[in-house]
Design a protein around this ligand. Structure first.
Ligand SMILES: C[S@@+](CC[C@H](N)C(=O)[O-])C[C@H]1O[C@@H](n2cnc3c(N)ncnc32)[C@H](O)[C@@H]1O
Length: 243
C-alpha cells in the first residue's frame, strides 16, 4: 500500500533526511495512503495546506508530477524553497507563507485538489473553515485531509492514563471521526466520498518517534501511555460539487 514510501525508506540516507524533516507522524506515508483514494496526475494543480517542511509536497511532485503550492504558517517559504531546490523539485513546488484562518491568496476554482496532512485539525475545527476553502477548488475537484484523531470523544471523561498529556489545545484539535463527519456534513457544495480510520497510524507514529526531534522525544511517553487504545488517524475526502 505504500510502495513510494517503502522504496524511499529503503535507503539509509533517505531515512536520515526523513527523520530530520518530519514534524509529526510520517507525512510521506500518510500522504501515500490518502492519495491512494484519489486520481492524481501531472496536469493537476494542488494546494498542500499546512505542508510544514514539505514532505507531502515532495511526495505529490515526485510520485505524480503534480504542481503543488506548498503553503504553511510555521515554516518559512525560504526554508522550504532551499529544500525544494536541493531535492530538484523547485520547478513544481511553490513555497508560500499563509495563515489559513486569515484567508488565502488564491483565485476561486484554482485548484484541482486541496490536500492537507497532519495540519487541518489546527485550523479546520470551526464551522467557517471548510466553507472558506471550498471556493478555491474547481467543480469536480477534491478536498482531502488526514488528521490525528481519537476513537471516541473524551468529553469530561479523559482516560486516567491520558490525563498527564491531554490539555486544552488537544481538546480543541483532536476529535473523533463522527465529530469531523458531523462538522463537514454541515458544509454546502461538497459531498463526502470517503471517511475512514487510516491503516498506517501505528507505523507513521513509530517512524516519527524514531526521530531525534525533541517534540518526538516528548511524544514517546504519551504514546507509551496511550498504547494503541485511543488515538487514530482520520482521512476525509470530499468532492466539490456544481451549484
Ligand atoms: C504537525 S505540523 C505538520 C506539518 C506537515 N504537514 C507534516 O505532516 O510534516 C502542522 C503544520 O500545520 C501548520 N499550520 C497550523 N496552523 C496553520 C494555519 N492557521 N495556516 C496554515 N498552516 C497552519 C503549521 O505551520 C505546521 O507546519
Amino acid at each position: 500500500m505504500y510502495p513510494f514510501t517503502d522504496q524511499f525508506m529503503s535507503n539509509d540516507k533517505n531515512v536520515e533526511f526523513l527523520k530530520a524533516t518530519m514534524m509529526g507522524p510520517n507525512a510521506m506515508r500518510l500522504s501515500e495512503e490518502l492519495s491512494s483514494r484519489l486520481n492524481i496526475n501531472d496536469s493537476m494543480r494542488i494546494l498542500d495546506l499546512g505542508c510544514g517542511r514539505g514532505l507531502s509536497t515532495m511526495f505529490l511532485v515526485k510520485k505524480y508530477g503534480a504542481s503543488v503550492f506548498a503553503a504553511d504558517l510555521w515554516i518559512s517559504p525560504t526554508e522550504n524553497y532551499r529544500r525544494f531546490k536541493s531535492l530538484g523539485i523547485d520547478g513544481e513546488a511553490m513555497p508560500i507563507s499563509v495563515d489559513a484562518t486569515k484567508g488565502l491568496p488564491f483565485a476561486n476554482g484554482y485548484f484541482d485538489l486541496l490536500f492537507t496532512v497532519d495540519a487541518y485539525h489546527y485550523f479546520g475545527n470551526t464551522a467557517g473553515m471548510l466553507p472558506s476553502l471550498i471556493p478555491l477548488v474547481k467543480e469536480g475537484g477534491y478536498i482531502a485531509v488526514a488528521i490525528p484523531g481519537i476513537k471516541y470523544e473524551f468529553g469530561e471523561n479523559v482516560p486516567d492514563e491520558m490525563k498527564p498529556f491531554w490539555n486544552d489545545e488537544m481538546a480543541r484539535t483532536i476529535h473523533s471521526l463522527a465529530w469531523w463527519e458531523n462538522l463537514w456534513s454541515k458544509a454546502g457544495g461538497i459531498k463526502i466520498v470517503d471517511i475512514r480510520e487510516m491503516n498506517c497510524c501505528k507505523q507513521a507514529w513509530a517512524e516519527w518517534l524514531a526521530s531525534p526531534d525533541p517534540h518526538a522525544k516528548e511524544d514517546v511517553k504519551m504514546m507509551e501511555a496511550e498504547n494503541g487504545q485511543y488515538f487514530n488517524f482520520i482521512q476525509m475526502i470530499a468532492l466539490k460539487q456544481g451549484i
